[in-house]
Design a protein around this ligand. Structure first.
Ligand code: ATP
Ligand code: MG
Length: 416
């Protein structure tokens, strides 16, 4: 980092304070991340930059670096730094930074768009800058605020909230069929064009049901969507909400949906969705029945276009769902057991960085009925057992032995 980066920080803060209609989404991600210390999901104005911010951001000593720049004032008591003569500061920055840098900062782009000599576009800068919900710091500030409140703190124990910055899975890791990919693209487009969909009154979009046997990539796909769309993922297992505080179940369901709305735009991922059905067919007592109705009603009332919540439910047992549950979803995405071609592609991904002498085609042929998760297991076992023998390479034989081991487990697992 250089002096010009410190001036960018100070200039951005000064302009952000002056142009009051600019929002958090106009602040460049790297700068915004310094200021998420309030739990209300907002960055307070005025933005005050201190020597400490400068140190954290650039690793440089602000006092030393800025001492020759006359348009900057440093308050010796509280360490606050600011640009006092905006015009001079703006010109200095323009002379010392290149235009590409300005276009990575919507606040600056907005400011310089009116300078005749500068070719920048605010709209382009906005497009390049990731929105606030992609920041880990934004999410944790909101969460800690919710933790202070007794009503919401309990509910946080039932869900797992992950920032897209912390999601480890991407679509590069998952092999999808062309149909699956097409559905995923539609959802991406819908999220990016929410305003348009609202304008034309198209609301029945953004409720997906993922069906398929265990280990076929349902959870991974929901996570990859979060990292692709840069929006948080709220994960909840239906069995958790319904068992932990039975009686409170209806309340918990409502709270989970409220939470999702607070964190919007986000993905609400409801796993083990068939739990709804189980409770319906067993001896249903009043509380469970009420909970199921609450859930179905909550699903009806939440909406991607208006609330910014993409709802994804997943189940291994779609046959258990009744019509009332099915019709809540506007799209069903199947995750079948992969065929030969998909197995080969999955193996290519998993074995991409593994060294050794093996034939992926043959492994694919010998693993009929295996899911993506099973294939991962095969490779893991082969890698571990060759490590045990002091080798950092695997052979075809290693893989075939572990195929048989995993097959035995599949037989034990039975019915799935
Ligand atoms: N199509 C696939 N491509 C690449 N990897 C896959 C695929 N399907 C599954 N896997 C791997 O298998 C593991 C388990 O997948 P995941 O947890 O997404 O399955 P799931 O469908 O959610 O299973 P469950 O129904 O048990 O929750 C992951 O590590 C994932 O990488
Ligand atoms: Mg899963």
């Amino acid at each position: 980092m250089k002096t010009v980066d410190i001036v960018e920080l100070l200039l951005t803060a000064e302009l952000y304070n002056r142009y009051e209609h600019l929002t958090e989404d106009d602040l460049p991600k790297k700068i915004r991340k310094l200021f998420w210390n309030h739990g209300d999901g907002k960055i307070q104005r005025p933005l005050a930059v201190t020597l400490e911010h400068i140190k954290n951001y650039t690793g440089m000593d602000g006092e030393e670096t800025l001492k020759d720049l006359p348009f900057i004032d440093i308050n010796r008591f509280n360490g606050q730094c600011r640009i006092t003569v905006l015009d001079v500061g703006s010109k200095w920055y323009l002379k010392n930074a290149d235009v590409e840098k300005i276009e990575l900062n919507p606040v600056l782009a907005y400011h310089y768009e009116n300078y005749d000599s500068v070719e920048v576009s605010y709209a382009r800068a906005r497009e390049k800058n990731l929105p606030k919900e992609s920041d880990r710091e934004w999410l944790s500030a909101l969460i800690s605020k919710l933790e202070e409140d007794e009503d919401t703190s309990d509910m946080l124990k039932l869900v797992k909230v992950v920032s897209p910055e912390d999601v480890r899975v991407t679509f590069d890791d998952i092999v999808l069929s062309p149909e699956q990919r097409e559905e995923i693209s539609k959802i991406e487009i819908a999220i990016r064009n929410r305003d348009y969909l609202r304008e034309i009154g198209l609301y029945d979009i953004g409720k997906l049901l993922f069906i398929g046997p265990p280990g076929t990539g349902k959870t991974s796909t929901a996570r990859a969507l979060s990292s692709k769309l840069f929006i948080p993922l709220v994960e909840v297992k239906l069995s958790m909400i319904t068992s932990q505080y039975l009686g409170e179940t209806s309340k918990n369901i409502e709270r989970v949906f409220e939470l999702a709305k607070k964190l919007s735009p986000c993905i609400l991922f409801i796993d083990e969705f068939d739990y709804v059905a189980k409770t319906r067919t067993s001896d249903e007592h009043a509380a469970v029945k009420r909970a199921v109705n609450t859930l179905l009603k909550a699903i009806d009332e939440i909406n991607l276009v208006e609330d910014g919540v993409l709802l994804i439910a997943a189940t291994n047992h779609p046959q258990l769902l009744d019509q009332a549950a099915w019709r809540r979803f506007d799209n069903v995405l199947e995750f079948p057991i992969p065929d030969l071609e998909l197995r080969r592609k999955i193996l290519e991904k998993i074995l991409y960085r593994v060294k050794g002498d093996f034939d992926i085609n043959r492994v694919a042929e010998k693993t009929d009925g295996f899911t993506g998760a099973d294939l991962r297991l095969v490779v893991r076992e082969a890698v571990l057992s060759s490590l045990l023998n002091g080798k950092k390479e695997i052979s075809q034989a290693d893989l075939e032995i572990s195929i048989e081991d995993v097959r035995k487990r599949l037989v034990l697992r039975g019915g799935d």
